[in-house]
Design a protein around this ligand. Sequence first.
Ligand SMILES: [Ca+2]
Ligand SMILES: [Ca+2]
Length: 485
Amino acid sequence: MVAAEAPAALAPPSESPAPSLSRDWADEVLYFVVVDRFADGDPSNNLQVDKSAPGAFHGGDLVGLRKNLDELASLGVTALWITPVVKNIDGFVTGAGFPDWGYHGYWADDFHRLEPRFGTEEELVALVEACHQRGIRVLLDVVYNHPGYLSRYLKNPETRGWLRSEERGGCGPDDVTSCVSGLPDFKTELPEVAKYLLDAQLGWGRRSGVDGFRLDTVKHVDHSFWKEHRRRTREELGQDFFLLGEVWGGDRESLDPWFSGDEMDAGFDFGFQGSALAWVQGRGRTVAFDHYLRSRGKVRKGYHLAHFLSSHDVPGALFQLQGDKVRFRLAATLQLTTSGIPVIYYGEEVARPGGDWPANRGDMPWGDRSLEPGTGLPRDEALREYYQKLISIRRAHPALSRGKHQGLMTDGDLYVFLRHEPESGDAVVVAVNRGEAAASLSIPWPEAWSGADAEDLLEGGRLSAGPSLEVSVEPLSARVLGRAR
Ligand SMILES: [Ca+2]
Ligand SMILES: [Ca+2]
């Protein structure tokens, strides 16, 4: 076990001090990694690894992730979310038609042990420290609703009464008491059960030094649990310990009960993927898409929506677009120029093809680097450069993360909107053309630019100030314009 006191910073004194981590979470760009599928830094922990089997462990671990943090830092992301790291059930289930193991981390067998295939507690601490050295914050995925199938909690006479299960009965008809995906359901309403789970997960939070939790299956656990969870995380892990919750199918309105009760800081907006992908494919009116994006800004003050194009639970964006990278770029542009915390799912930035489950959890493509899993899988470096550009623009412009959203041209295939952040005065105009013909942007020169020239943030180049801003937007392309410096 590692002492509660984290060791001193790893960097030698000659190095510059670690970057500050005290940013508003609204400004973060989050990168989500399925640990087992990213990078294998320690083959000695590869138990029952079979890279040819979609539901088996593929060898990725905490050391591999730490050794390859340059991949994240050079992309420009500012926060990392990792899948759960507690010991998962050994063995597999076959309901899907193939052996399906707990490689994803969501089928816990022991909340007090780390999954040995992912590494040791020291390696978890080292990962978090290495992230912090790069100014990257870390969210650890935690599950309170259920253990894995036939876990030790169901077998042990002392804990089997903690569970509703298909084997023992008691699975209820509602969100909180149902057995999600046939998994045993913790009776989180029992103080003894809640205390056990909270002690275990908050212990990981405290010892690892992570900056927050990503909360799994939020709507399947009662609100009183989440209130106690919030009280304890604040008390034991710090006032700023961040909670990003997964309420399946959530959006601004359906997440609000968890925000109004201050049970978590942020939730996933499941609406963004479908709305953005539909719009870039020419489905739905631009004005309706603009209305949706504007409505996201109405999230309860102090709380955040997180929006993704791909995840481990849905078919990824590039797959849904039938591999159309041109439209995928438009979707990425929209993701990184609109409000909320953008979540990039590992590998989508290099065009990992993804697919429907389980292909949406494929190996990180490493191209010609000799790094498993994913050596030899092709990478689209040009797409990655585009992401780098978008992320650097977002990080340089608070208007893109925190600004108000105002539709300027919403009546056709050319969609133009302004992001404006009054506090800093920052303002950015985004124009996305989903049409097959070139289109013309024509709007009055944005007031927020105060008569200054404009700059093409994506392509470079300067536009002279005038009474109006008039530029062409090529078919299926985007322009992002800011005030010239
Ligand atoms: Ca390994
Ligand atoms: Ca439950």
